[in-house]
Write a protein that binds this ligand. Structure first.
Ligand SMILES: Nc1ncnc2c1ncn2[C@@H]1O[C@H](COP(=O)(O)O)[C@@H](O)[C@H]1O
Length: 202
């Protein structure tokens, strides 16, 4: 059975157009790999670009979006690119479904929503609730401040179970899927393949 990669990324384009292109390329790379894409179902910004890239490369796209965000994040975008599509009630349902349907998490450049989503996944790892690979796609060093912050918190002794919270950072789009697969095969430190349904545990 194919495994699924959840991509968190901006619902906006950002000011640097290369991020939209990189998002599309990441989608292509997922679509042409042996993996499915799971994402937040928005069709604007980098989110839409990842989904279109995955679909263009023949991949399987699952979108999960709360009803109240349909207008804001999909607009009149083409929902026919979804192979699997869920409209849920709340953000919490979306986040849990994204988690349950995914075997790894990738954070591309994005804003507060992206940040919140990947940090929550890291906190769940810290609490031992999953061992799914977590990858920062730090294109153009986008996530460098995050690396510094994590390092600062760790040095200050505030990251407990640090060994569980070791996201993999890559800088090139062609390295993202490879890093995820390395995590699955145990080649990346402290990453594994165990899956858990967290719905009743958090
Ligand atoms: N608090 C949030 N929790 C989870 N997801 C969120 C939250 N706020 C926004 N989001 C979603 O994240 C993506 C990307 O948002 P950006 O702010 O553009 O990075 C988007 O689908 C938001 O609905």
């Amino acid at each position: 059975m194919k495994r699924s990669i959840c991509v968190y990324c901006g619902s906006s384009d950002g000011v640097d157009p290369s991020f939209v292109e990189l998002a599309y390329q990441l989608g292509e790379s997922i679509g042409s790999s042996n993996c499915n894409l799971v994402f937040g179902g928005g069709l604007r910004g980098l989110m839409g670009a990842v989904a279109r890239g995955t679909k263009a490369a023949g991949g399987h796209v699952t979108g999960i979006i709360p009803q109240f965000l349909l207008d804001r994040e999909q607009g009149d975008g083409d929902t026919s690119l979804f192979d699997e599509y869920h409209v849920v009630e709340t953000m919490h349902q979306r986040k849990h479904m994204l988690f349950d349907k995914s075997d790894a998490f990738v954070a591309m450049p994005g804003g507060l929503g992206t940040l919140e989503e990947i940090v929550e996944i890291m906190t769940w790892a810290q609490l031992g609730r999953h061992q799914k690979p977590m990858v920062f796609a730090s294109f153009k060093d986008f996530w460098k401040p995050m690396e510094s912050l994590l390092s600062h918190m760790s040095t200050a002794g505030f990251i407990h179970s640090a060994s569980r919270v070791e996201p993999i950072t890559v800088h090139r789009v062609e390295d993202v899927v490879t890093a995820v697969e390395a995590g699955w095969s145990g080649q990346a430190p402290k990453q594994g393949t165990q899956q858990q349904d967290l719905s009743d545990k958090l």
